[in-house]
Design a protein around this ligand. Structure first.
Ligand code: SF4
Ligand code: SF4
Ligand code: SF4
Length: 161
């Protein structure tokens, strides 16, 4: 069962412990078995967020993916499909500072898709909520989070179609 299907939407939004981490790939990389680990995509990525691990491309969420498509264009193998949908999205864990009573809206402010909203609550700071349908998995919110509370989970691709 995909990790994203093993937790409920409510768990995602309430900052519960995240499911097993999912190894992210660049957008549209749907046939990793065809990846030879040549590194052409790594060199082509202007954001420098791709790497090779165990002879396969992986995405390092240290900066935002701009969905420029340079990785797909550089790849000489049939790794990339026509769609540029990420195979992942993000979720917020219980390490979010708001659960410790500390006000923070950094992720909301960095999201280019307005996929994160802050839900008011009585007796504490607003809580961040991710709209899984709006989240592209770009990763722009991950590095800026001051407490490392944002992780990557597998997207249920049936939901993305
Ligand atoms: S789409 Fe562009 S920014 Fe994103 S991983 Fe590929 S080359 Fe890098
Ligand atoms: S940036 Fe991190 S600590 Fe701040 S609200 Fe978002 S998840 Fe919580
Ligand atoms: S991964 Fe990108 S689209 Fe998704 S919540 Fe973070 S910044 Fe927004």
């Amino acid at each position: 069962m995909p990790a994203s299907a093993s937790i409920s939407r409510r768990q995602l939004l309430r900052g519960r412990p995240l499911p097993a981490p999912f190894e992210p790939r660049p957008p549209g990389a749907v046939s990793l078995d065809a990846c030879t680990g040549c590194g052409d995509c790594v060199r082509a990525c202007p954001q420098q967020i791709l790497s090779i691990a165990q002879d396969r491309v992986i995405l390092l969420p240290r900066d935002e993916c701009t969905f420029c498509g340079e990785c797909a264009r550089a790849c000489p193998e049939p790794v990339f499909g026509k769609t540029r949908i990420m195979g992942h999205l993000v979720a917020i864990s219980g390490d979010c500072l708001t659960h410790a009573g500390i006000s923070c809206m950094t992720c909301r402010d960095t999201c280019p898709e307005d996929a994160i909203s802050m839900r008011p609550r009585i007796g504490g700071p607003f809580l961040p909520e991710i709209d899984g349908a709006a989240c592209t998995g770009c990763g722009a919110c991950i590095a800026p989070c001051p407490n490392g509370a944002i992780g990557i989970i597998e997207r249920n691709m049936a939901d993305a179609e």
